[in-house]
Design a protein around this ligand. Structure first.
Ligand SMILES: Nc1nc2c(c(=O)[nH]1)N[C@H]1C(S)=C(S)[C@@H](COP(=O)(O)OP(=O)(O)OC[C@H]3O[C@@H](n4cnc5c(=O)[nH]c(N)nc54)[C@H](O)[C@@H]3O)O[C@H]1N2
Ligand SMILES: Nc1nc2c(c(=O)[nH]1)N[C@H]1C(S)=C(S)[C@@H](COP(=O)(O)OP(=O)(O)OC[C@H]3O[C@@H](n4cnc5c(=O)[nH]c(N)nc54)[C@H](O)[C@@H]3O)O[C@H]1N2
Ligand code: SF4
Ligand SMILES: [Mo]
Length: 713
């Protein structure tokens, strides 16, 4: 479909958390230019290769625009109303026969990048009344939510690093130069890191991989996967022992300082050094530098969350910031005040977790969801409450959740699956009905979630660039149509909801005001907001919640266990987005990127040369991929990107299938969880690696750290 009008369109990119402003030029109904919007006060013209891929996504011939129903091995087009009737009828049948919990829901990551879904899916999903709700949260940021809830009283009171004013940025388990930042909406991370250094500050990276971010940092240290909680406790202990722990203004409304001090005492630097791979004096030096910096902030992301101690890690990141006077202070960890504030109606002391448990593994719910690592169990284990049907929205859990092969098998035996998704991928290929919404440049956009994670308070609303064809539907229309078939009524449109939220939000703004500022409005830097914004029952910060103190015994036990010889970690790549952008031609040019990175010393010991095909085996599966021998990897650690493995039959992603790679999650063990939060432990998986097919190159032909960066950038 042609663009709505010729001329320049300004729009925030919906692909990742950086929400860069884009300037899109349209002539004769088609895009002739797409670049970073220099007038966006937040992104200032920044763009990455994925931004341009919005053009490919829009034009993708494999993208569905009208519903499909399965007939045996084939897909058949079906009219929208008939599709809605069919979906509602089949779901109601399952519910009538087996009960509400027989329907499961899986919500994938692009949901949170899409205002239509964010603002309109709730009515239909609640009407299903199932407790079997799952999402990408439990393979991602669940530990952040848990820490926010336990310490500050609400899952969304997540802390955001004030990168633009800090003098010491400690980055653990994140690679923002490639991911473009996560739970830290901050376009142009390279520029923002350089600015820290330009004002005399330091950037320090702890990562088992010498990443693109590590390469521009002032200091990088290898840390053993999963050992971050030990490092953080030792750093906290060192700060207490040096007498420099100081809550500052927070002391008046914070509890638990003594408990924290006593807990950290059990993990002095000398005790954890060997396990972390970082010398005791280095731990103490970094702790001292952190405590004495004018403004310092510690930040941990995917590498800290998706590991067996993810809960402890995100708690300790917050406590390290707190005891050095860097919580709720400029240049430290802060909170946003978004124009559309999801916390506006939140009440103090509300329970959000542990209210019920999953049927098969007895895992606790959090914010109404179970850990996705047990979704297949609920489908495969017979008995009352067994899942028989599935609704997915914007997700590909076969590639994105642990033990994807098991889930793949579980999906194949369900009674009914409906996928609200524009692609036939490894998950949706199992659907009985696919309902494809209009996406990307076809939809109006306001970032409901990512303005909550911004390093500044900004807001931006942009209209669609392209009109939709008469036979296409917006996702909110799909949700309303399904809701009506369950409840007999419909709700407010997403635009009405957004308008209400903006009008009653902290800046009393409106869609019209945002329309008048198509580059976005900057409401200024983050501001101290505690204790006013706290939502704990007693209105105080909990520095040492009992659940975390209780989990320390599990961590301590780890100190006695010898490390496995080889563990697997993941990585992100600039030219992809989890599992779903491998069908964009401009991103897929160049070499095969689904390679196993391993250190030269491990390669030598295993008899593997650069470019050899190697077999990687874990408890749950085996994959074969090319080896990339590189000094960027810590010895004892191998790295594979996730989101590949486009090899399964019956998908319709022609470009992706050309360079299919292998799926990390065919190796990820669904039984490995952070036991405290239920988040999947995707990092640090014990594996065996062996040569499968030699490429004949001599062993010395190792690539270098530099070569890897060149491939990605
Ligand atoms: N091993 C390993 N596994 C991981 C991770 C890891 O680091 N390592 N990372 C995890 C993380 S952080 C995440 S967020 C998850 C992501 O995992 P998921 O949330 O399951 O997302 P994707 O696999 O990227 O699939 C996204 C789907 O959304 C569809 N889609 C795109 N845009 C829209 C839209 O606007 N509307 C609708 N309805 N559909 C849309 C795409 O076609 C695609 O099918 O993966 C997790 N899995
Ligand atoms: N280009 C691109 N951008 C993306 C995405 C994408 O797929 N592609 N995905 C988006 C999504 S959904 C998310 S959630 C964000 C994630 O954003 P980030 O958290 O920045 O994600 P990664 O780039 O995977 O960085 C994780 C780092 O953790 C390290 N690591 C692994 N295990 C450990 C460990 O045990 N300890 C420590 N200290 N480090 C460890 C890895 O080596 C890696 O460098 O990125 C988003 N942005
Ligand atoms: S960094 Fe993220 S938001 Fe910015 S252009 Fe790239 S994908 Fe889009
Ligand atoms: Mo994510």
């Amino acid at each position: 479909m042609a663009a709505i009008r010729d001329g320049k369109h300004f729009r925030a990119c919906n692909l990742c958390e950086a929400i860069c402003g884009l300037e899109i030029t349209v002539e004769n109904g088609a895009i002739t230019d797409l670049r970073g919007d220099p007038d966006d006060p937040f992104s200032r013209g920044h763009i990455c290769p994925k931004g341009n891929a919005l053009i490919d996504l829009h034009a993708d011939p494999d993208r569905l625009k009208t519903p499909l129903r399965r007939t045996g091995e084939h897909w058949e087009p079906i009219a929208w109303d008939a599709a809605y009737d069919l979906v509602a009828g089949r779901l109601k049948d399952v519910i009538a026969r087996y009960g509400d919990d027989a329907v499961a829901i899986y919500l994938g990551n692009p949901n949170v990048h899409n205002s239509g879904t964010m603002l309109s899916s709730g009515g239909f999903l609640r009407a299903l009344r199932t407790r079997n709700r799952f999402s990408a949260t439990s393979v991602d940021q669940l530990p952040h939510h848990r820490a926010a809830l336990e310490m500050f009283g609400h899952p969304l009171l997540i802390t955001i690093p004030d990168v633009d004013r800090t003098d010491y940025f400690l980055i653990m388990g994140a690679n923002p130069l490639v991911s473009n930042g996560s739970i830290m909406t901050a376009p142009d991370m390279r520029g923002r890191l350089k600015a820290i250094q330009a004002r005399g500050g330091r950037v320090v990276v702890l990562d088992p991989c010498r990443t693109e971010t590590a390469a521009v940092a002032d200091e990088h240290a290898f840390i053993r996967p999963g050992a971050d909680a030990l490092f953080l406790l030792a750093a906290i202990d060192a700060i207490f022992e040096a007498g420099s722990a100081d809550l500052g203004r927070l002391a008046a409304f914070t509890d638990g300082m003594d408990d924290l001090r006593a807990a950290a005492r059990r993990f002095p630097a000398e005790r954890v050094a060997q396990h972390t791979g970082i010398a005791a004096e280095t731990i103490r030096r970094i702790a001292g530098e952190f405590a004495s910096a004018r403004h310092a902030v510690a930040y941990g992301r995917i590498g800290l969350s998706t590991q067996p101690f993810g809960g402890l890690c995100q708690w300790l990141v917050n406590t390290l910031n707190a005891i050095t006077g860097n919580l709720d202070e400029p240049g430290g960890m802060m909170w946003t005040k978004p124009a559309f504030d999801l916390l506006q109606q939140a009440e103090r002391g509300t329970a959000y977790a542990g209210r019920w448990t999953s049927r098969v593994r007895g895992l606790a719910e959090f914010d109404g969801e179970f850990p996705v690592a047990t979704m297949a169990d609920e489908m495969l284990t017979p008995g009352a409450g067994q899942v028989r049907a599935l609704v997915t929205v914007a997700g590909n859990p076969v590639l994105s959740t642990p033990n994807g092969a098991k889930l793949d098998g579980a999906l194949a035996q369900l009674d009914f699956i409906v996928c609200i998704d524009p692609a036939i991928n490894e998950t949706t290929r199992h659907a009985d009905v696919i309902l494809p919404p209009a996406v990307g440049l076809e939809v109006d956009h306001y970032d409901v979630i990512f303005h909550h994670f911004g390093v500044r308070n900004t807001a931006r609303y942009n209209e669609a660039v392209f009109a939709i064809d008469p036979e296409q539907r917006y996702d909110w229309q799909i949700f309303e149509a399904l809701r009506e078939r369950f409840t007999g009524n419909t709700g407010k449109s997403p635009t009405e909801r957004l308008e209400l939220g903006l009008r009653f939000g902290p800046y009393r703004t409106s869609i019209n005001e945002l329309r008048a500022h198509p580059h976005g409005i900057d409401f200024g830097p983050l501001e101290p907001c505690m204790p006013e914004r706290l939502l704990t029952a007693d209105g105080r910060i909990q520095l040492a919640p009992p659940a975390y103190l209780g989990d320390l015994a599990r961590l301590e036990a780890e100190l006695a266990v010898p490390a496995p010889d080889l563990v697997l970690i993941g990585r992100r790549q600039l030219r992809g987005n989890n599992s779903w952008m491998h069908n964009a031609p401009r991103l897929m040019r160049g070499p095969d990127r689904c390679t196993l990175m391993l250190s030269p010393s491990d390669a030598l010991a295993l008899g593997i040369a650069h470019g050899d095909m190697v077999e990687v085996r874990s408890r749950v599966g085996t994959v074969t991929v090319p080896a990339d021998v590189t000094a960027a990897l810590m010895p004892g650690v191998v790295s594979l990107p996730h989101g590949f493995g486009h090899t399964r039959a019956g998908t319709s992603q022609s470009i992706a299938a050309d360079k299919p790679g292998a799926s990390f999650n065919d190796l990820a063990d669904e039984l490995r969880l952070d036991e405290l939060t239920g988040n999947a432990a995707l990092s640090g998986i014990p594996v065996e690696v062996r040569l499968a097919v030699s490429n004949g190159a001599p062993h010395a032909a190792a690539s270098t750290n530099g070569a890897r960066i060149a491939v990605d950038a």
